[in-house]
Write a protein that binds this ligand. Structure first.
Ligand SMILES: [Mg+2]
Length: 242
């Protein structure tokens, strides 16, 4: 699939690795992006009966994810082993993500995952595939009676809508990198997409980018993104030849 652009080119050809010394970072959402299934939703469907109404408020923008999680916490019933078992049975990693990660590493491009989902399943799924990737997310804390708490170590105190403020994380990463590529699919990706230098989007994020004028490239999977980056990378090579 050839990515579709919702605006004029974000960068001229060759912007990937435009300078051999450019410090480039790829930041990926997890649910619905690295993992084709939205595990957060699958978990709530399985373990938090009655969560749908809260999710409707979240999707309508009436409450942020942090408030939604707090309202869902009393509904959630599961222990660690149930959660891990469900995660490993239900996950669908994007089949092209492992090779995309190798592609980035071969080119000395850093990759980090930022998620408004939960640490327990992200860690388990990455481990299942032997993927050593730095990730940032909310935390799921287990209590003895199958009850849980959510913890938001990466929330923004200024805004406070999301459990994990991905925008703040991008701002934090910014000082170490010349350019940031953002990849995502949904509501919590809208703010960080606005702060990124290049955006690959699908589903809700793509619709939002079209509406709010954030230039983005539509993708289906990480194979699309790799091909797109390879193309711009080889353009650079030819442009830079004497
Ligand atoms: Mg997502």
């Amino acid at each position: 699939m050839i990515p579709i652009m919702n605006d004029h080119p974000i960068h001229s050809p060759g912007s990937v690795g435009g300078c051999p010394c450019e410090r480039l970072l790829v930041v990926c959402d997890f649910d619905g992006t690295v993992c084709s299934v939205d595990m957060g939703n699958a978990f709530l469907e399985r373990f938090a009966k009655g969560w749908e109404e809260i999710d409707r408020s979240y999707s309508a923008g009436e409450v942020g994810s942090r408030a939604a999680y707090s309202r869902i916490a009393p509904l959630f019933r599961a222990n660690r082993s149930q959660v891990l078992d469900f995660a490993l049975r239900s996950e669908r990693l994007d089949p092209f993500f492992p090779e995309f990660l190798s592609f980035c590493r071969e080119r000395k491009i850093d990759l980090k995952i930022v998620s408004d989902g939960l640490d327990v399943y992200i860690e388990a799924i990455l481990r299942k595939y032997g993927l050593d990737v730095e990730f940032y997310s909310n935390r799921l804390l287990f209590r003895e009676d199958d009850r849980i708490d959510f913890d938001f170590p990466l929330a923004s105190e200024e805004c406070g809508r999301c459990g994990t403020c991905k925008r703040s994380l991008l701002d934090r990463f910014r000082s170490d990198y010349d350019r940031i590529i953002y990849i995502g699919d949904s509501y919590s990706d809208v703010c960080p997409a606005r702060a990124a230098d290049q955006v690959f989007a699908k589903a809700i994020l793509y619709e939002k980018c079209v509406k709010n004028g954030t230039p983005s490239l539509l993708f289906n999977d990480f194979g699309d993104i790799r091909r797109c980056l390879e193309k711009t990378s080889s353009s650079t090579t030819s442009v830079m030849k004497p």
